[in-house]
Design a binder for this molecule. Structure first.
Ligand code: SAH
Length: 217
């Protein structure tokens, strides 16, 4: 399979055709080898228009969802970014291409370790992967210019809002376990601006400021 032309078609037909306009987002999604974030038996599906299983009941997000969230985040080259829900590390790589430094937290140890190794092998040196409960953020390195949560939360965790820089952006799916709406929260002095975007379906954010416990966890 020609992964580079599959990636080009993904950018053209799944992202640009649906209104993703940010040239930097389109460029990095055309560059990062998404198949390498999946087990080899799934490589042929890596550039298709849906999420895929990465084990432990978790998924790598649909390419369009990665693009829209990254576009909403407005990442700048000098930014420090926090990602909650490392999973495969694909979104982490996209962020690392655009930002100065990325901290990414994953609660499942095997996924955190796998992503850390993969990102290192791909040559990224501006990423720190932590294993822990990201619903509490990562205060040690706060404040952040941008925070992205790639798991669905019942509400916006207070800890994440508090770890935003002045003008900082938080993009997070909020709602029930079966359907959420993508929110963008912008910190303005002592106030927060809230924008509602598309509806979406993410695996649950499990933690102190997310879902407390799931039936199968
Ligand atoms: N961005 C990832 C998406 C992975 S799915 C990718 O594209 O591959 C969401 C991830 O969030 C899962 O791996 C899940 O284990 C993780 N997660 C859920 N609750 C979490 C929490 N409180 N802290 C950190 N990670 C969490």
């Amino acid at each position: 399979m020609d992964f580079s032309s599959a990636r080009k078609s993904m950018v053209e037909y799944q992202l640009q055709a649906r209104g993703i306009q940010d040239a930097d987002v389109l460029r990095v999604m055309g560059k990062v080898p998404r198949h390498l974030f999946l087990p080899e038996e799934l490589w042929n599906y890596a550039y298709e228009d849906h999420p895929l299983s990465i084990g432990w009941g978790q998924t790598i997000s649909q390419p369009y969802m990665v693009a829209i969230m990254t576009e909403l985040l407005n990442v700048r080259p000098s930014d420090k970014v926090l990602e909650v829900g490392t999973g495969s590390g694909y979104q982490t790589a996209i962020l690392a291409e655009l930002a100065h430094y990325v901290v990414s937290i994953e609660r499942i140890k095997e996924l955190a370790e796998g992503a850390e190794q993969r990102l290192k092998d791909l040559g990224y040196s501006n990423i720190k992967v932590i294993c822990g409960d990201g619903s509490l953020g990562y205060p040690k390195e706060a404040p952040y210019d941008a925070i992205i949560v790639t798991a669905g939360s019942p509400e916006v965790p207070d800890s994440l809002k508090k770890q935003l820089n002045e003008g900082g952006r938080l993009v997070i799916p909020v709602g029930g376990t079966n359907l959420q709406v993508l929110l963008k929260i912008i910190k303005k002095k002592d106030d927060y601006l809230i924008e509602k975007h598309t509806s979406c379906i993410f695996v649950p954010l499990i933690g102190s400021e997310g879902w407390k416990r799931m039936a199968d966890n």
